[in-house]
Design a protein around this ligand. Structure first.
Ligand code: FES
Ligand code: FES
Length: 169
């Protein structure tokens, strides 16, 4: 089958019951999506599927054919529409930069999923309320308890993206 990951088509052979998380990590060496609970409860495996945060541990890879899969590795990749400027391969997404600036990372295990959930939130709601942030991030657990800093980072990223709309996704 053909799977499009981070805007790159990949021709792969997968088992019928293989999860997208297993495909990403074990076949494509994209280990940014983390295996936590492996049963749809923690959000560490979150990727964007056609722009929507999705638990990759619950998604069957075969069902993703024709969809756009975005992992944390794609956030700063050259050519991705959210990189700034597009020809600079090391430019991080504004949400990634805000997580760093706000120290919204402790162990980092949950961070890729948190960043992708936040990116999706800001794509649909450029100026989210605190309640919207809580709701949008409720599927991504952080055992280190960095929730206040994550919320701060999201507000900072939103402000930065509104101030520089050409940098918005
Ligand atoms: S590993 Fe997928 S939700 Fe926990
Ligand atoms: S930073 Fe450790 S689980 Fe979130």
């Amino acid at each position: 089958m053909r799977l499009t990951v981070n805007a790159r088509p990949r021709d792969i052979v997968v088992a019928d019951d293989e999860s997208l998380l297993t495909t990403l990590r074990d076949r494509l060496a994209l280990t940014g999506a983390k295996r936590g609970c492996d049963r749809g409860e923690c959000g560490t495996c979150t990727v964007l599927l056609d722009g929507e945060p999705t638990y990759s541990c619950l998604a069957l890879t075969r069902a993703c054919e024709g969809a756009r899969v975005m992992t944390i590795e794609g956030m700063a990749a050259p050519g991705h529409p959210t990189t700034r400027p597009p020809d600079h391969p090391t430019t991080l997404h504004p949400v990634q930069r805000a997580f760093i600036a706000c120290d919204a990372v402790q162990c980092g295990y949950c961070t890729p999923g948190q960043v992708l959930a936040a990116v999706a939130l800001l794509e649909r709601s450029p100026d989210p309320t605190d309640a919207e942030i809580v709701e949008a991030m409720s599927g991504n657990l952080c055992r280190c308890g960095t929730y206040p800093k994550i919320a701060h980072a999201i507000r900072e990223a939103a402000a930065a993206m509104r101030a520089a709309p050409t940098a918005a996704p």
